[in-house]
Write a protein that binds this ligand. Structure first.
Ligand SMILES: *Cc1c(COP(=O)(O)O)cnc(C)c1O
Length: 431
């Protein structure tokens, strides 16, 4: 019954590991907001002979022959990206979100320019490493400074951001986040960028699927360049993408190749093309809106359990809660949830008094459960399970009971990308 006979025959050891991971993914409730399940169509496009081809350069201007088909694939992906997001230009070659960001900064900030300053949201406030955080290479190549969120509301404070931009005078302002549960007001960032003469980069990695489906405002009309991953809410293969205004197209393309990368991953480009095709459907728009509805319902359920949520709730796909309200650290809470079949990650909350290695918060989200077809009514269960696992973190029987209930529900909602026969249910072990 092995559905990968060649792999099983050639490398049974590796095949067995993949089979185990399939069962794990199938029977756990994935609450990590940056993850999703690529469809069977996306997986099939990705696992093809396109991986065999070198195509350095861009369509019709390659450094290798034999690009008759590859050019058409890349052009199809680009046309779909431009059409879905209403962008002037698209580059689908970045290997992932982080290299896409570095390429955009390199493209927009001229070599030897006097002003090489980058202003982004700080990591503790929900920004990404690549927005100029101190351990990221982006803070070595550029002089980086960070804005934060309001100490009381934990919302973006545009007065303070504008003040910082006036003082720092960045060449580029980056907006976008990895742990911010509210709508990002791109128009306000554009106003600030215009006032201080900076270019605006919007990183929509987390929310690209919401933007595609109309469940979050689009940054495209406001930003000089927009970067994204393709594997989060957009539900494609692991990859990156850049959208930009025509006047920046040549510089950004050059920064991606030959600036930072070699040959594009053509099998990934094909998977991205499929994902963009799927994201342009009414079903995907319904999906994007359901992600937000589920996220709101889950926030309600957690508030009902007495948990404190950063900003008090959510407008998007993710929720950041303070586990210390249940006398647990973020790490203890995330480990207890994992033992109960609820996959999440510990995360700093704004102005966290604890260290980033064991912070106060846990970050969760609904893109994956929504891909499986769960709706608001299920979120009440999920909220109870989360709180139950954290409260019962010293009680193996409680964690085992919840893990069993999670498996029961997951068995009824197979994720995209999994086809019958489904993996057998793994035993719940408690080491
Ligand atoms: C995930 C993420 C990235 C980086 O993506 P990788 O594919 O992990 O390199 C960049 N920016 C934001 C806001 C993200 O959430």
């Amino acid at each position: 019954m092995d559905h990968r006979p060649a792999l099983a025959a050639t490398d049974p050891e590796l095949a067995a590991l993949i089979t185990r991971e399939e069962a794990r993914q199938f029977y756990t409730a994935k609450l990590i907001p940056s993850e999703n399940y690529a469809s069977s169509a996306v997986l099939q496009a990705t696992g093809t002979v396109l991986t065999n081809k070198y195509s350095e350069g861009y369509a019709r201007k390659r450094y290798y022959e034999g690009q008759q088909v590859i050019d058409e694939i890349e052009e199809l992906a680009i046309a779909r990206a431009k059409s879905l997001f209403g962008a002037d230009h698209a580059n689908v070659q970045p290997y992932s979100g982080s290299p896409a960001n570095l390429a955009v900064y390199c493209g927009l900030i001229a070599k030897g320019a006097e002003n090489q300053r980058l202003l982004g949201l700080g990591l503790p406030a929900g920004g990404h490493l690549t927005h100029g955080w101190k351990v990221s290479i982006t803070s070595r190549f550029f002089t980086a400074e960070q804005y934060g969120v309001d100490p009381k509301t934990h919302l973006m404070d545009f007065g303070a951001i504008a003040q910082k931009a006036r003082e720092f005078k960045p060449a580029v302002i980056v907006c976008g986040a990895t742990a911010y549960p509210r709508v990002i007001e791109f128009a306000k960032f554009a106003e600030i960028a215009q006032e201080v003469g900076a270019l605006l980069v919007a990183d929509m990695a987390h929310i690209a699927g919401l933007v595609a489906g109309g469940a979050h405002p689009s940054p495209v009309p406001y930003a000089d360049a927009v970067t994204t991953t393709t594997h989060k809410t957009l539900r494609g293969p692991r990859g990156g993408m850049i959208l930009c205004r025509s006047q920046h197209a040549a510089a950004i393309d050059k920064a991606v190749f030959p600036g930072l990368q070699g040959g594009p991953h053509n099998h990934t480009t094909a998977g991205i093309a499929v994902a963009l095709h799927e994201a342009a459907t009414p079903a995907f728009s319904a999906y994007a809106h359901q992600i937000v509805a589920n996220s709101r319902a889950l926030a309600e359920a957690l508030l009902h359990e007495g948990l404190t949520l950063v900003t008090g709730g959510t407008d998007n796909h993710l929720i950041l809660f303070d586990a210390t309200g249940l006398s647990a650290t973020g790490k203890q809470a995330a480990k207890a949830m994992d033992a109960a079949g609820l996959e999440a990650n510990f995360n700093s909350i704004p102005f966290d008094p604890r260290s980033p290695f064991d912070p106060s918060g846990v970050r969760i989200g609904t893109p994956s459960l929504t891909s499986r077809g769960l709706t608001e009514a299920h979120m009440a269960h999920v909220g109870r399970w989360i709180a139950g696992a954290i409260r019962g973190r010293e009680e193996p029987a409680t964690l085992r009971r919840i893990a069993g209930e999670v498996q029961d529900l997951m068995a009824q909602f197979p994720p995209p990308g999994f086809e019958a026969p489904y993996p057998p249910r793994p035993a719940i072990s408690m080491e």
